[in-house]
Design a protein around this ligand. Structure first.
Ligand code: MSP
Length: 508
């Protein structure tokens, strides 16, 4: 396994404001980044906004704004959302950034000089929502299945990228590398797409029809088509080809996207990179949609959940916990407020935080709020340690396959094992017998060490709460991952705080 991890989110369109679907991908990418960082890897997280194209230009016109005015304003909303999600993104790329435009033009020229771009007349059905031509086989009742609109028939002279030239190489790559597109249901979908036969990709718009794009370096009467612009963000942000960051992370891209943009990421992008003679992504991870009872959550359906409201009311950690716990990787999930309350109450409040406060309560009563030293250990202690011993390997496997739901489930189980250990060893009854003080100390100490581990594991999911609890335990220093192998990290006699971090039961 490499020691680097570079994860990206899609760059979001700025024709509307962010909703929970956008927030989810950023949160997921951030959790993955935090996990890999915890394990000691050098990591990088990129997000940003996609600001060119028909859709944006049309929306700006409808608002009586110039495209530039609108994208400046809306991009800011996405930029400000990231820290509210507790996202630790290192950069925020905009496709209107000069640094991006320069790289797009240089790469277009390279591909053109190589003979991989040609000019042709074309007539096709164009979906403005998807910003691409759709094949007849992709339409349902003549409409785009995602946007529920009839595509417009467009006929014009344009530049095309010879995607077909790299088709077989791409197919081989996918067939040879089972984890390259994850999970399997989407990998199969990509293989299905490739089996339908090689296609080329329209990459331009004549300026008569659209000026809001990046001018082609070899024909100033045209601008690039949205995907040949947008996808390049993943490397322009790193300063491709010579930038230090590109040297470091250019070959390490893990793309996290939803299934709506599977084809651009799994077909257009890798063939573009093959033509550009640049490294391919290391993996492409594809999640499903957040749905409302009424269908896919999207601005155009008017059924969006506002992440800001949840963050304001419950705090970002609880929202992160629910989203990452609930969606099974690769499947759709229905967002439900009731389920949000039930999940947080059952797993975070009743199981994990209740355990923590129970333990501190026992220390308050019996050890003067001090972390007790170990006394002799027996079979039950070995059992609890055993329940934790395989976690590192299991969670690593789970993370490599992007299964945030199973990651959290496994940690909740581990917390359940501590609760069970406490229930069976009954430290409260030992406390009554002065000759059993050491045994009681062992139970409390071992449980506190296990709780420390639980919160280290949870730190990618609920970073703020975990950080607070670990600080209260005096275990928020460096090397948290290495410390997971030890049961002697807490300090004997260290004082626990009077008032600890708690998650109150959610009521409505
Ligand atoms: N600009 C393109 C992406 C270019 S990437 C080089 C785009 N933008 S978008 O604003 O429409 O964002 C799509 C992405 O937002 C999805 O792939 C997903 O990450 C996220 N989501 C938007 N709606 C969502 C749901 N309802 N559910 C889950 N994720 C959602 O496409």
């Amino acid at each position: 396994m490499t020691s680097k991890f570079y994860i990206t989110t899609p760059i979001y369109y700025v024709n509307s404001t962010p909703h929970l679907g956008h927030a989810y991908t950023t949160i997921f990418a951030d959790a993955m980044r935090r996990y890999h960082q915890l394990t000691g890897k050098e990591t990088y997280l990129l997000t940003g906004t996609d600001e060119h194209g028909d859709k944006i230009a049309k929306k700006a016109a409808s608002l009586n704004m110039t495209p530039k005015e609108m994208v400046d304003k809306n991009s800011e909303v996405f930029r400000n959302l990231a820290p509210k999600l507790a996202s630790t993104n290192d950069d925020f790329i905009r496709t209107t950034d000069e640094r991006h435009i320069k790289v797009v033009q240089a790469l277009l020229q390279k591909v053109y000089d190589k003979g991989d771009i040609y000019f042709a007349e074309y007539e096709g059905k164009y979906c403005f929502g998807c910003e691409r031509f759709l094949g007849d086989d992709e339409l349902v009742d003549g409409k785009c299945p995602d946007h529920k609109t009839e595509p417009e028939t467009i006929k014009e002279g344009n530049y095309f990228f010879k995607m077909s030239k790299y088709w077989d190489e791409l197919r081989q790559k996918i067939e040879d590398n089972p984890r390259w597109v994850q999970p399997d249901n989407f990998r199969n979908e990509v293989i299905g797409l490739l089996k339908q036969g090689a296609q080329d990709l329209c990459i331009s718009r004549p300026k008569e029809r659209l000026t809001w794009g990046i001018e082609l370096p070899f024909d100033n009467k045209f601008v690039t088509y949205v995907w040949f612009d947008a996808l390049i963000n993943y490397i322009s942000a790193l300063g491709c080809p010579d930038g230090e960051l590109y040297q470091k992370f250019g070959g390490e891209m893990s793309h996290l996207i939803a299934k709506d943009i599977l084809k651009p990421h799994c077909v257009y992008w890798p063939t573009m990179l093959l033509s550009m003679e640049l490294p391919l992504p290391k993996e492409i991870a594809i999640h499903g949609y957040w749905l409302m009872d009424s269908g896919k959550m999207s601005k155009s359906h008017g059924n969006v959940v506002d992440p800001f409201e949840y963050i304001e009311k419950y705090g970002i950690d609880l929202l992160r916990f629910y989203l990452l716990r609930t969606m099974r990787f690769g499947r759709d999930s229905v967002f439900s407020h009731d389920e949000f309350l039930t999940t947080v109450n059952a797993e975070l409040v009743n199981n994990i935080f209740n355990l923590y406060s129970r333990l501190v309560g026992m220390c308050r009563k019996n050890t003067d709020l001090k972390i007790p030293a170990y006394g002799p250990q027996g079979e039950k202690e070995q059992e609890l340690k055993h329940a934790f011993s395989s976690l590192k390997r299991e969670l690593e496997d789970i993370c490599l396959s992007f299964q945030s739901d199973r990651y959290i489930e496994r940690i909740v189980q581990a917390s359940g094992a501590i609760n069970k250990y406490l229930d069976e060893s009954k430290p409260w009854s030992l406390a009554k017998d002065p000759t059993k003080k050491e045994e009681m100390g062992t139970i409390l100490r071992l449980s506190l060490e296990a709780v420390r581990q639980v919160f280290v594991w949870l730190s990618p999911v609920i970073p703020n709460l975990s950080q607070k609890v670990l600080a209260e335990l005096g275990a928020d220093g460096k090397d948290l991952y290495a410390q997971l192998d030890s049961w002697e990290i807490l300090e004997n006699e260290q004082a626990l705080p009077e008032k600890i971090t708690a998650v109150p039961r959610l009521m409505e």
